[in-house]
Design a protein around this ligand. Sequence first.
Ligand SMILES: [Zn+2]
Length: 67
Amino acid sequence: MGMVMVKCPETGHAIPTGIQTDRESFGRRAVFFSRTRCPICRTDHAWFAREAWVDEPSIHMRRRNAG
Ligand SMILES: [Zn+2]
């Protein structure tokens, strides 16, 4: 299990969506659309699942920061 993360379009920071899932089931999920309250901008950002990723602790060390 990991936290679904999205990138804040204003600051480029990764922000947690509050949705927890595992990477496999997230990858199989049909495209969905959601909104997340951004703690940095203090506003809601709309995002698609294709823009999001699952931040799992087990893969965190291997994952490269794409910038
Ligand atoms: Zn933001």
